[in-house]
Design a protein around this ligand. Structure first.
Ligand code: SF4
Length: 337
């Protein structure tokens, strides 16, 4: 390869800019990575892995997730089987406090440092916040684990309440790029979501914000989404791949091919060199067991254990065995304080 060719190759640029200097790829550069041919995939994944090891280290953060209120949501996110507006099979249901504490205990036992309480709502009402407060107190009394919440859009008052409860991290996904969002959700705006994230950050909670790939977005929009996230600078980015649920408007979309999913994981790592990049829902159908390994060796440094919200994930043991096999230590609870 000539000198000139070396300088215009996106992976050579990324090696210097991201790996050496820790500066994430721009939107245009991310697009160039997403457009790489399959025969460059291995090289790309190796670079993303090197970036993750250099800027995040070998530890893998493990998180458990529990649904406090499932189904019956008034919003119309087209991928979501918990919307009450579609004919999807998830019915509204609440979890009681003893079950919540038990789930936190089981999560802590698996080595997880984060336990995320999730509710399928537009935003919390008084009843939900009271239930969350009682749940957090009950967990605190019995389990050593950081508590995260995902309760939809918040008012400033609700942000302050959650911060006062000691919530460590708040999850609120932007879901997709700003330009694609109106094709995915019509009952609220991308800006409303952004507003919640800004308040969460200002209140001192860690920001967890990601989305779902494979919802009909173009490669340009996938790159735009990575740039949107880089601007937000979240502490954690959960990456999901669409698992088309029957009865939802996206029920007939094709599953993202494994190579596209892996290319996207690596591209997001190169755009966000220091963030916790978490493998979240939908990866079993997109990637399979082998893909899970490739993802963890291609930029991912956090996993969710156990069941996901509405579909069955891989069993916790499978993920934890995989980390052992790859000699990647699980981040310890003490390290996160
Ligand atoms: S993604 Fe959240 S806000 Fe949207 S429909 Fe599902 S539960 Fe409701």
């Amino acid at each position: 390869m000539t000198q000139a060719a070396v300088r215009t190759d996106i992976l050579e640029i990324a090696r210097d800019q991201v790996l050496e200097r820790g500066e994430g790829l721009t939107q245009e550069q991310t697009l160039a990575v997403l457009e790489l041919a399959d025969d460059r995939l291995e090289e790309l994944l190796a670079l993303a892995h090197d970036v993750r090891m250099k800027w995040c280290g070998p530890e893998v953060e493990v998180e458990g997730i529990i649904s406090l209120k499932t189904g019956g949501c008034p919003e119309d996110c087209h991928f979501c089987s918990q919307s009450g507006l579609f004919a999807s099979p998830v019915r509204a249901a609440w979890l009681d406090i003893p079950s919540l504490v038990e789930a936190a205990k089981q999560t802590a036992k698996s080595g997880a440092t984060e336990f995320c309480i999730v509710a399928a709502v537009r935003g919390p009402d008084e009843k939900l916040l009271a239930q969350v407060a009682a749940g957090i107190e009950a967990i605190r009394n019995e389990v050593d684990i950081q508590i995260a919440c995902s309760l939809g859009m918040l008012t400033q008052e609700q942000v302050d309440q959650l911060a006062a409860m000691g919530v460590h991290r708040y999850n609120h996904n932007l879901e997709t790029s700003k330009s694609h969002f109106p094709n995915v959700v019509t009952t609220h705006t991308w800006e409303e979501r952004w507003g919640t994230l800004r308040m969460v950050r200002e209140a001192g909670m860690e920001v967890c914000c990601g989305g779902i790939l494979g919802m009909g977005e173009t490669l340009e929009q996938r790159a735009e989404f990575a740039a949107n996230l880089a601007e937000l600078e979240p502490d954690e980015v959960p990456l999901n791949f669409l698992n088309p649920r029957p009865g939802t408007p996206f029920g007939d979309l094709e599953v993202l091919p494994a190579s596209d999913a892996l290319r996207a994981i690596a591209a997001f790592r190169l755009a966000l060199p220091r963030t916790i990049l978490r493998f979240a829902g939908g990866r079993e159908i997109t990637l399979g067991d082998l893909g899970a390994k490739q993802g963890i060796l291609g930029g991912i440094n956090a996993v969710i254990v156990g069941n996901y919200l509405t579909t069955l994930g891989r069993p916790a043991e499978a993920d934890l065995d995989l980390l052992g096999e790859l000699s990647m230590p699980i981040k310890a609870f003490n390290d996160t304080l």
